[in-house]
Design a protein around this ligand. Structure first.
Ligand code: ADP
Ligand code: MG
Length: 488
Protein backbone atom coordinates (compact mmCIF):
# COMPACT_ATOMS: atom_id res chain seq x y z
CA UNK A 1 0.00 0.00 0.00
CA UNK A 2 1.49 3.34 -0.94
CA UNK A 3 0.40 6.96 -0.43
CA UNK A 4 -1.78 6.88 -3.51
CA UNK A 5 -3.69 3.83 -2.40
CA UNK A 6 -4.30 5.30 0.99
CA UNK A 7 -5.49 8.56 -0.48
CA UNK A 8 -7.99 6.81 -2.75
CA UNK A 9 -9.34 4.96 0.25
CA UNK A 10 -9.81 8.27 2.02
CA UNK A 11 -11.58 9.73 -1.01
CA UNK A 12 -13.88 6.77 -1.11
CA UNK A 13 -14.76 7.22 2.54
CA UNK A 14 -15.45 10.92 2.02
CA UNK A 15 -18.25 9.99 -0.37
CA UNK A 16 -19.48 6.77 1.15
CA UNK A 17 -19.03 7.30 4.86
CA UNK A 18 -19.32 11.04 5.17
CA UNK A 19 -21.78 11.53 2.34
CA UNK A 20 -19.93 14.27 0.44
CA UNK A 21 -21.27 14.78 -3.07
CA UNK A 22 -19.11 13.84 -6.03
CA UNK A 23 -18.99 17.52 -6.92
CA UNK A 24 -17.63 18.54 -3.53
CA UNK A 25 -15.03 15.83 -3.66
CA UNK A 26 -13.89 16.77 -7.11
CA UNK A 27 -13.89 20.49 -6.34
CA UNK A 28 -11.65 20.21 -3.30
CA UNK A 29 -9.74 17.02 -3.74
CA UNK A 30 -9.09 16.41 -7.44
CA UNK A 31 -6.00 18.55 -7.31
CA UNK A 32 -4.94 17.24 -3.91
CA UNK A 33 -2.42 14.46 -3.49
CA UNK A 34 -0.98 12.60 -0.57
CA UNK A 35 2.72 13.21 -0.96
CA UNK A 36 4.31 11.68 2.07
CA UNK A 37 3.38 9.55 5.01
CA UNK A 38 5.62 9.43 8.07
CA UNK A 39 4.98 7.54 11.31
CA UNK A 40 3.10 10.50 12.70
CA UNK A 41 2.12 12.77 9.83
CA UNK A 42 0.50 12.71 6.44
CA UNK A 43 1.61 15.43 4.03
CA UNK A 44 -0.68 16.60 1.26
CA UNK A 45 -0.25 19.06 -1.58
CA UNK A 46 -2.90 21.19 -3.20
CA UNK A 47 -2.61 23.72 -5.98
CA UNK A 48 -3.57 26.95 -4.34
CA UNK A 49 -3.42 28.85 -1.06
CA UNK A 50 -7.13 29.42 -0.69
CA UNK A 51 -7.89 25.74 -1.12
CA UNK A 52 -5.21 24.87 1.35
CA UNK A 53 -6.76 27.09 3.99
CA UNK A 54 -10.22 25.74 3.49
CA UNK A 55 -9.08 22.14 3.40
CA UNK A 56 -7.08 22.68 6.55
CA UNK A 57 -9.85 24.26 8.52
CA UNK A 58 -12.80 22.32 7.19
CA UNK A 59 -11.69 18.95 5.94
CA UNK A 60 -8.44 18.11 7.70
CA UNK A 61 -10.15 16.84 10.88
CA UNK A 62 -12.28 14.47 8.81
CA UNK A 63 -9.30 13.27 6.80
CA UNK A 64 -7.41 12.71 10.03
CA UNK A 65 -10.22 10.59 11.36
CA UNK A 66 -10.36 8.56 8.14
CA UNK A 67 -6.63 8.01 8.18
CA UNK A 68 -6.85 6.71 11.70
CA UNK A 69 -9.52 4.28 10.55
CA UNK A 70 -7.42 3.16 7.61
CA UNK A 71 -3.95 3.11 9.18
CA UNK A 72 -4.83 2.24 12.73
CA UNK A 73 -2.80 5.09 14.20
CA UNK A 74 -3.07 8.83 14.64
CA UNK A 75 -1.30 11.17 12.24
CA UNK A 76 -1.12 14.93 11.88
CA UNK A 77 -2.59 16.17 8.64
CA UNK A 78 -0.44 18.80 6.96
CA UNK A 79 -1.50 20.53 3.75
CA UNK A 80 0.98 22.43 1.63
CA UNK A 81 0.00 24.77 -1.18
CA UNK A 82 2.13 24.52 -4.31
CA UNK A 83 0.92 27.84 -5.66
CA UNK A 84 4.24 29.58 -5.06
CA UNK A 85 6.77 26.80 -4.56
CA UNK A 86 7.03 23.10 -5.16
CA UNK A 87 6.12 20.63 -2.44
CA UNK A 88 9.69 19.39 -2.14
CA UNK A 89 10.95 22.89 -1.42
CA UNK A 90 8.56 23.34 1.44
CA UNK A 91 8.47 19.94 3.01
CA UNK A 92 11.46 20.21 5.33
CA UNK A 93 10.45 23.53 6.77
CA UNK A 94 6.90 22.31 7.33
CA UNK A 95 8.16 19.19 9.06
CA UNK A 96 10.42 21.20 11.30
CA UNK A 97 7.58 23.51 12.24
CA UNK A 98 5.31 20.60 12.97
CA UNK A 99 7.92 18.92 15.14
CA UNK A 100 8.59 21.97 17.20
CA UNK A 101 4.89 22.65 17.68
CA UNK A 102 4.40 19.08 18.73
CA UNK A 103 7.24 19.30 21.16
CA UNK A 104 5.80 22.39 22.71
CA UNK A 105 2.50 20.62 23.13
CA UNK A 106 4.20 17.65 24.72
CA UNK A 107 6.00 19.94 27.10
CA UNK A 108 2.71 21.58 28.04
CA UNK A 109 1.23 18.19 28.72
CA UNK A 110 4.20 17.14 30.78
CA UNK A 111 3.71 20.22 32.88
CA UNK A 112 0.17 19.20 33.66
CA UNK A 113 1.54 15.86 34.76
CA UNK A 114 0.43 13.74 37.64
CA UNK A 115 0.57 15.11 41.14
CA UNK A 116 1.13 12.89 44.09
CA UNK A 117 -0.92 13.63 47.13
CA UNK A 118 -0.02 12.84 50.68
CA UNK A 119 -2.08 9.70 50.84
CA UNK A 120 -0.12 8.27 47.95
CA UNK A 121 -2.92 8.47 45.44
CA UNK A 122 -2.24 10.30 42.26
CA UNK A 123 -4.60 12.35 40.18
CA UNK A 124 -4.20 13.50 36.64
CA UNK A 125 -4.25 17.22 36.15
CA UNK A 126 -5.13 17.47 32.55
CA UNK A 127 -7.34 20.50 32.71
CA UNK A 128 -4.40 22.85 32.53
CA UNK A 129 -5.54 24.79 35.54
CA UNK A 130 -4.71 22.18 38.07
CA UNK A 131 -2.97 24.07 40.79
CA UNK A 132 -5.27 22.25 43.16
CA UNK A 133 -4.96 18.54 43.06
CA UNK A 134 -8.20 16.68 43.25
CA UNK A 135 -7.74 15.85 46.90
CA UNK A 136 -7.63 19.51 47.77
CA UNK A 137 -10.55 20.24 45.51
CA UNK A 138 -12.62 17.46 47.01
CA UNK A 139 -11.84 18.05 50.60
CA UNK A 140 -12.83 21.66 50.82
CA UNK A 141 -14.99 24.34 49.59
CA UNK A 142 -12.71 26.21 47.21
CA UNK A 143 -14.04 28.65 44.65
CA UNK A 144 -11.57 29.43 41.98
CA UNK A 145 -12.16 32.29 39.65
CA UNK A 146 -12.60 31.20 36.06
CA UNK A 147 -9.49 32.65 34.52
CA UNK A 148 -6.56 30.82 35.99
CA UNK A 149 -3.32 31.34 34.17
CA UNK A 150 -2.85 28.48 31.78
CA UNK A 151 0.78 27.95 32.60
CA UNK A 152 0.12 26.77 36.11
CA UNK A 153 1.50 23.42 37.14
CA UNK A 154 1.34 22.92 40.89
CA UNK A 155 2.33 26.07 42.69
CA UNK A 156 3.34 25.16 46.20
CA UNK A 157 5.55 26.48 48.97
CA UNK A 158 7.88 23.58 48.28
CA UNK A 159 8.67 24.60 44.75
CA UNK A 160 9.03 28.31 45.48
CA UNK A 161 12.73 29.14 45.51
CA UNK A 162 13.55 31.59 48.28
CA UNK A 163 16.24 34.28 48.12
CA UNK A 164 16.87 37.76 49.50
CA UNK A 165 14.42 39.49 47.24
CA UNK A 166 11.40 37.37 48.07
CA UNK A 167 11.99 35.88 51.50
CA UNK A 168 9.78 38.33 53.39
CA UNK A 169 6.84 37.68 51.09
CA UNK A 170 7.45 33.95 51.32
CA UNK A 171 7.59 33.95 55.12
CA UNK A 172 4.47 36.03 55.48
CA UNK A 173 2.58 33.88 52.98
CA UNK A 174 3.59 30.73 54.80
CA UNK A 175 2.68 32.21 58.18
CA UNK A 176 -0.77 33.17 56.91
CA UNK A 177 -1.28 29.73 55.41
CA UNK A 178 -0.31 28.10 58.68
CA UNK A 179 -2.37 30.37 60.91
CA UNK A 180 -5.09 32.09 58.91
CA UNK A 181 -6.43 35.34 60.37
CA UNK A 182 -3.94 35.28 63.22
CA UNK A 183 -0.60 36.64 62.15
CA UNK A 184 -1.17 39.05 59.29
CA UNK A 185 -4.50 40.43 58.23
CA UNK A 186 -4.82 41.68 55.61
CA UNK A 187 -1.67 40.50 53.89
CA UNK A 188 -0.71 42.67 50.96
CA UNK A 189 1.92 41.24 48.59
CA UNK A 190 3.31 43.41 45.85
CA UNK A 191 5.91 43.16 43.15
CA UNK A 192 6.38 43.51 39.41
CA UNK A 193 4.81 40.97 37.07
CA UNK A 194 6.34 37.52 36.92
CA UNK A 195 7.96 37.59 40.34
CA UNK A 196 5.80 34.99 42.07
CA UNK A 197 2.75 36.68 43.61
CA UNK A 198 0.22 34.36 42.04
CA UNK A 199 2.44 31.41 42.87
CA UNK A 200 2.33 32.35 46.55
CA UNK A 201 -1.43 32.90 46.50
CA UNK A 202 -1.95 29.45 45.04
CA UNK A 203 0.39 27.97 47.60
CA UNK A 204 -1.60 29.61 50.40
CA UNK A 205 -4.91 28.47 48.92
CA UNK A 206 -3.66 24.95 48.56
CA UNK A 207 -2.24 24.67 52.04
CA UNK A 208 -5.29 26.09 53.77
CA UNK A 209 -7.59 23.93 51.67
CA UNK A 210 -5.70 20.81 52.71
CA UNK A 211 -5.39 21.77 56.38
CA UNK A 212 -8.94 23.10 56.76
CA UNK A 213 -11.32 21.17 54.57
CA UNK A 214 -14.20 22.93 56.29
CA UNK A 215 -13.10 26.39 55.15
CA UNK A 216 -14.66 28.24 52.30
CA UNK A 217 -11.83 29.75 50.30
CA UNK A 218 -12.26 32.15 47.44
CA UNK A 219 -9.45 32.94 45.06
CA UNK A 220 -10.20 35.53 42.41
CA UNK A 221 -8.53 38.24 40.40
CA UNK A 222 -9.31 41.93 40.64
CA UNK A 223 -10.49 41.79 37.07
CA UNK A 224 -12.76 38.80 37.59
CA UNK A 225 -14.15 40.26 40.79
CA UNK A 226 -15.05 43.36 38.80
CA UNK A 227 -16.66 41.44 35.95
CA UNK A 228 -18.57 39.22 38.31
CA UNK A 229 -19.93 42.17 40.22
CA UNK A 230 -20.91 44.04 37.06
CA UNK A 231 -22.73 40.95 35.90
CA UNK A 232 -24.44 40.46 39.25
CA UNK A 233 -25.67 44.04 39.16
CA UNK A 234 -26.91 43.66 35.59
CA UNK A 235 -28.75 40.47 36.49
CA UNK A 236 -30.04 42.03 39.66
CA UNK A 237 -28.36 39.35 41.76
CA UNK A 238 -26.04 41.41 43.96
CA UNK A 239 -27.37 39.54 46.97
CA UNK A 240 -26.01 36.25 45.71
CA UNK A 241 -22.72 37.93 44.96
CA UNK A 242 -22.53 39.35 48.47
CA UNK A 243 -23.52 36.10 50.05
CA UNK A 244 -20.80 34.25 48.23
CA UNK A 245 -18.04 36.67 49.15
CA UNK A 246 -19.15 37.42 52.66
CA UNK A 247 -19.29 33.76 53.58
CA UNK A 248 -15.66 33.19 52.78
CA UNK A 249 -13.24 32.16 55.50
CA UNK A 250 -10.34 33.15 53.33
CA UNK A 251 -10.52 35.63 50.47
CA UNK A 252 -7.59 35.98 48.08
CA UNK A 253 -7.70 38.68 45.44
CA UNK A 254 -4.93 38.68 42.88
CA UNK A 255 -3.97 41.89 41.08
CA UNK A 256 -6.22 44.13 43.13
CA UNK A 257 -4.98 47.16 41.19
CA UNK A 258 -7.64 46.40 38.59
CA UNK A 259 -10.41 47.53 40.87
CA UNK A 260 -8.75 50.90 41.44
CA UNK A 261 -10.46 53.86 39.81
CA UNK A 262 -13.77 52.02 39.61
CA UNK A 263 -15.95 53.61 42.25
CA UNK A 264 -18.82 51.17 42.60
CA UNK A 265 -16.52 48.16 42.54
CA UNK A 266 -14.29 49.55 45.25
CA UNK A 267 -17.33 50.40 47.29
CA UNK A 268 -18.59 46.84 47.11
CA UNK A 269 -15.16 45.45 47.83
CA UNK A 270 -14.84 47.75 50.83
CA UNK A 271 -18.04 46.39 52.36
CA UNK A 272 -16.98 42.83 51.68
CA UNK A 273 -13.67 43.65 53.26
CA UNK A 274 -15.21 45.13 56.39
CA UNK A 275 -17.65 42.25 56.79
CA UNK A 276 -14.91 39.64 56.52
CA UNK A 277 -12.42 41.50 58.62
CA UNK A 278 -14.86 42.05 61.44
CA UNK A 279 -15.78 38.38 61.36
CA UNK A 280 -12.12 37.52 61.78
CA UNK A 281 -11.57 36.11 58.30
CA UNK A 282 -8.29 36.16 56.42
CA UNK A 283 -7.85 38.51 53.48
CA UNK A 284 -4.87 38.40 51.14
CA UNK A 285 -4.37 40.64 48.16
CA UNK A 286 -1.63 41.17 45.63
CA UNK A 287 -0.75 44.05 43.39
CA UNK A 288 2.00 45.11 41.05
CA UNK A 289 2.70 48.11 43.31
CA UNK A 290 2.29 49.11 46.96
CA UNK A 291 -1.00 50.68 48.10
CA UNK A 292 0.48 54.16 48.20
CA UNK A 293 1.32 53.95 44.50
CA UNK A 294 -2.11 52.86 43.36
CA UNK A 295 -3.17 56.41 42.84
CA UNK A 296 -6.82 55.84 42.09
CA UNK A 297 -7.39 53.51 45.01
CA UNK A 298 -10.05 54.77 47.40
CA UNK A 299 -8.39 56.23 50.49
CA UNK A 300 -10.29 54.09 52.93
CA UNK A 301 -9.16 50.94 51.13
CA UNK A 302 -5.60 52.16 51.04
CA UNK A 303 -5.62 52.78 54.74
CA UNK A 304 -7.10 49.32 55.43
CA UNK A 305 -4.32 47.72 53.42
CA UNK A 306 -1.70 49.80 55.14
CA UNK A 307 -2.92 48.61 58.50
CA UNK A 308 -2.11 45.04 57.65
CA UNK A 309 1.20 43.56 56.63
CA UNK A 310 2.74 44.72 53.39
CA UNK A 311 5.45 42.53 51.91
CA UNK A 312 7.22 43.22 48.66
CA UNK A 313 8.95 40.99 46.17
CA UNK A 314 11.90 42.56 44.43
CA UNK A 315 13.41 41.36 41.16
CA UNK A 316 15.66 38.36 41.83
CA UNK A 317 19.40 38.91 42.10
CA UNK A 318 21.88 36.84 40.11
CA UNK A 319 22.21 34.22 42.80
CA UNK A 320 18.47 33.67 43.09
CA UNK A 321 18.05 33.61 39.33
CA UNK A 322 20.69 30.91 39.04
CA UNK A 323 19.04 28.94 41.83
CA UNK A 324 15.66 29.17 40.09
CA UNK A 325 17.16 28.07 36.79
CA UNK A 326 18.69 25.07 38.50
CA UNK A 327 15.53 24.15 40.28
CA UNK A 328 13.32 24.53 37.21
CA UNK A 329 15.77 22.54 35.09
CA UNK A 330 15.57 19.77 37.64
CA UNK A 331 11.77 19.91 37.69
CA UNK A 332 11.77 19.71 33.91
CA UNK A 333 14.18 16.75 34.02
CA UNK A 334 16.75 18.63 32.02
CA UNK A 335 20.45 18.31 32.28
CA UNK A 336 21.80 21.83 31.92
CA UNK A 337 25.56 22.47 32.25
CA UNK A 338 26.59 25.05 34.83
CA UNK A 339 28.05 27.53 32.38
CA UNK A 340 24.74 27.53 30.54
CA UNK A 341 22.88 28.14 33.81
CA UNK A 342 25.15 31.08 34.57
CA UNK A 343 24.78 32.50 31.08
CA UNK A 344 20.99 32.30 31.40
CA UNK A 345 20.96 33.82 34.87
CA UNK A 346 23.07 36.71 33.67
CA UNK A 347 20.88 37.46 30.69
CA UNK A 348 17.34 36.74 31.77
CA UNK A 349 16.92 39.22 34.53
CA UNK A 350 13.55 40.64 35.20
CA UNK A 351 10.82 38.06 35.06
CA UNK A 352 10.82 34.56 36.44
CA UNK A 353 8.21 33.44 33.96
CA UNK A 354 10.83 33.96 31.28
CA UNK A 355 13.11 31.52 33.07
CA UNK A 356 10.74 28.67 32.42
CA UNK A 357 10.16 29.87 28.89
CA UNK A 358 13.89 29.90 28.23
CA UNK A 359 14.41 26.39 29.53
CA UNK A 360 11.58 24.97 27.48
CA UNK A 361 12.87 26.66 24.39
CA UNK A 362 16.33 25.25 24.98
CA UNK A 363 14.94 21.81 25.49
CA UNK A 364 13.04 22.05 22.22
CA UNK A 365 16.13 23.26 20.35
CA UNK A 366 18.33 20.50 21.72
CA UNK A 367 15.67 17.95 20.93
CA UNK A 368 15.44 19.11 17.33
CA UNK A 369 19.22 18.98 16.98
CA UNK A 370 19.30 15.59 18.61
CA UNK A 371 22.13 16.70 20.89
CA UNK A 372 22.77 17.63 24.50
CA UNK A 373 22.06 21.15 25.64
CA UNK A 374 24.79 23.57 24.56
CA UNK A 375 25.62 27.24 24.94
CA UNK A 376 24.46 27.73 21.33
CA UNK A 377 20.95 26.69 22.29
CA UNK A 378 21.00 29.02 25.26
CA UNK A 379 22.06 31.94 23.08
CA UNK A 380 19.24 31.38 20.62
CA UNK A 381 16.69 31.06 23.41
CA UNK A 382 17.85 34.20 25.18
CA UNK A 383 17.79 36.13 21.95
CA UNK A 384 14.24 34.98 21.18
CA UNK A 385 13.03 35.92 24.61
CA UNK A 386 14.59 39.34 24.60
CA UNK A 387 13.16 40.09 21.15
CA UNK A 388 9.74 38.84 22.13
CA UNK A 389 9.82 41.15 25.11
CA UNK A 390 10.62 44.17 22.97
CA UNK A 391 7.55 43.44 20.84
CA UNK A 392 5.25 42.56 23.69
CA UNK A 393 3.19 45.73 23.76
CA UNK A 394 1.06 45.59 20.64
CA UNK A 395 -1.43 48.19 19.39
CA UNK A 396 -4.23 45.60 19.57
CA UNK A 397 -3.61 44.95 23.25
CA UNK A 398 -3.42 48.63 24.11
CA UNK A 399 -6.56 49.43 22.16
CA UNK A 400 -8.54 46.62 23.77
CA UNK A 401 -7.38 47.71 27.18
CA UNK A 402 -8.38 51.33 26.55
CA UNK A 403 -11.65 50.16 25.09
CA UNK A 404 -12.39 48.35 28.35
CA UNK A 405 -11.43 51.26 30.54
CA UNK A 406 -13.58 53.79 28.70
CA UNK A 407 -16.23 51.32 27.64
CA UNK A 408 -15.92 52.26 23.96
CA UNK A 409 -15.94 49.47 21.37
CA UNK A 410 -12.59 48.58 19.79
CA UNK A 411 -13.99 49.29 16.31
CA UNK A 412 -14.96 52.82 17.29
CA UNK A 413 -11.51 53.59 18.61
CA UNK A 414 -9.91 52.72 15.29
CA UNK A 415 -12.93 53.90 13.31
CA UNK A 416 -14.26 57.17 11.98
CA UNK A 417 -16.49 58.36 14.83
CA UNK A 418 -15.57 61.72 16.25
CA UNK A 419 -17.84 62.09 19.25
CA UNK A 420 -15.93 63.50 22.20
CA UNK A 421 -15.78 60.33 24.23
CA UNK A 422 -14.64 58.20 21.29
CA UNK A 423 -12.05 60.72 20.20
CA UNK A 424 -10.75 60.98 23.74
CA UNK A 425 -10.33 57.23 24.16
CA UNK A 426 -8.58 57.15 20.80
CA UNK A 427 -6.18 59.91 21.85
CA UNK A 428 -5.38 58.10 25.07
CA UNK A 429 -4.63 54.88 23.19
CA UNK A 430 -2.38 56.79 20.82
CA UNK A 431 -0.58 58.49 23.67
CA UNK A 432 0.04 55.19 25.47
CA UNK A 433 1.39 53.59 22.31
CA UNK A 434 3.76 56.47 21.74
CA UNK A 435 4.95 56.38 25.32
CA UNK A 436 5.38 52.65 25.66
CA UNK A 437 6.49 51.41 22.26
CA UNK A 438 9.04 52.27 19.62
CA UNK A 439 6.45 52.22 16.87
CA UNK A 440 6.74 55.12 14.43
CA UNK A 441 3.95 57.67 14.10
CA UNK A 442 3.36 56.34 10.60
CA UNK A 443 2.87 52.80 11.86
CA UNK A 444 0.59 53.96 14.64
CA UNK A 445 -1.27 56.06 12.08
CA UNK A 446 -1.99 52.96 10.00
CA UNK A 447 -3.49 51.22 13.00
CA UNK A 448 -5.90 54.07 13.61
CA UNK A 449 -6.48 54.83 9.93
CA UNK A 450 -5.10 58.31 10.39
CA UNK A 451 -2.05 60.16 9.15
CA UNK A 452 1.01 60.72 11.25
CA UNK A 453 0.27 64.36 11.99
CA UNK A 454 -2.99 63.39 13.66
CA UNK A 455 -1.05 60.91 15.75
CA UNK A 456 1.33 63.61 16.90
CA UNK A 457 -1.38 66.14 17.70
CA UNK A 458 -3.45 63.52 19.56
CA UNK A 459 -0.64 62.55 21.84
CA UNK A 460 0.37 66.18 22.38
CA UNK A 461 -3.14 66.90 23.50
CA UNK A 462 -3.10 64.12 26.07
CA UNK A 463 0.32 65.20 27.22
CA UNK A 464 -0.91 68.73 27.91
CA UNK A 465 -3.96 67.46 29.73
CA UNK A 466 -1.74 65.22 31.80
CA UNK A 467 0.42 68.14 32.79
CA UNK A 468 -2.51 70.30 33.81
CA UNK A 469 -4.76 67.78 35.55
CA UNK A 470 -3.27 65.75 38.42
CA UNK A 471 -6.27 63.41 38.68
CA UNK A 472 -5.94 62.57 35.01
CA UNK A 473 -2.21 62.15 35.40
CA UNK A 474 -2.80 59.62 38.17
CA UNK A 475 -5.29 57.72 36.08
CA UNK A 476 -2.99 57.69 33.08
CA UNK A 477 -0.09 56.45 35.21
CA UNK A 478 -2.19 53.61 36.52
CA UNK A 479 -3.30 52.76 33.02
CA UNK A 480 0.24 52.62 31.72
CA UNK A 481 1.28 50.35 34.54
CA UNK A 482 -1.67 48.10 33.80
CA UNK A 483 -0.71 47.94 30.16
CA UNK A 484 2.82 46.97 31.08
CA UNK A 485 1.69 44.30 33.48
CA UNK A 486 -0.88 42.91 31.05
CA UNK A 487 1.87 42.19 28.59
CA UNK A 488 3.32 39.37 30.58
P1 ADP B 1 3.17 37.21 39.30
O1 ADP B 1 1.83 36.73 39.78
O2 ADP B 1 3.93 37.96 40.33
O3 ADP B 1 3.08 37.96 38.01
P2 ADP B 1 3.69 34.41 39.02
O4 ADP B 1 3.38 33.95 40.38
O5 ADP B 1 2.67 34.14 37.97
O6 ADP B 1 4.06 35.94 39.01
O7 ADP B 1 5.09 33.78 38.62
C1 ADP B 1 5.51 33.65 37.27
C2 ADP B 1 6.20 32.32 37.09
O8 ADP B 1 7.42 32.32 37.79
C3 ADP B 1 5.41 31.16 37.62
O9 ADP B 1 5.61 30.06 36.77
C4 ADP B 1 6.04 30.89 38.98
O10 ADP B 1 5.95 29.54 39.35
C5 ADP B 1 7.46 31.27 38.72
N1 ADP B 1 8.11 31.78 39.93
C6 ADP B 1 8.09 33.03 40.41
N2 ADP B 1 8.83 33.14 41.52
C7 ADP B 1 9.35 31.91 41.75
C8 ADP B 1 10.21 31.38 42.75
N3 ADP B 1 10.71 32.13 43.71
N4 ADP B 1 10.53 30.07 42.66
C9 ADP B 1 10.05 29.31 41.68
N5 ADP B 1 9.24 29.75 40.71
C10 ADP B 1 8.89 31.04 40.73
MG1 MG C 1 0.00 37.06 38.94
Amino acid sequence: MNERDIWSMVLERLEKVHGFSAITVSLWFDSMAMEKLTPDAAYFSTDNDLKKNIIESKYAPIIKEDLKEILGFDVDVVVISTEKAAFSQQFEEAERRRQSKKLEETVEKLDAKQVKTDDGESYAEADGCGFMDSAAKRSSNVFISPSLPDYSPTYTFDNFVVGNSNSLAYKMALAVAERPAVVANPLFLHGLPGLGKTHLLYAITRKIALDHPEFSIIYTKGEDFTNELVEALANKTPILFREKYRNADVLLIDDIQFIAGKESIQEEFFHTYEALFEAGKQIIVTSDRPPKDIKTLADRLRSRFEHGIIADIQPPDLELRAAIFKRKARDLDMNVPNDVIMYLAENITDNIRQIEGALKKIRALAFLDGTDITMEHAKIAVNDILTAKANAISPEKVISYVSQVYDIPFEDIVGKRRTDSVAFARQVAIYILRELTDLSTITIGKVFNRDYSTIISSSEKIKRLRESDPAFEAKLDDMMKDVKSLMY
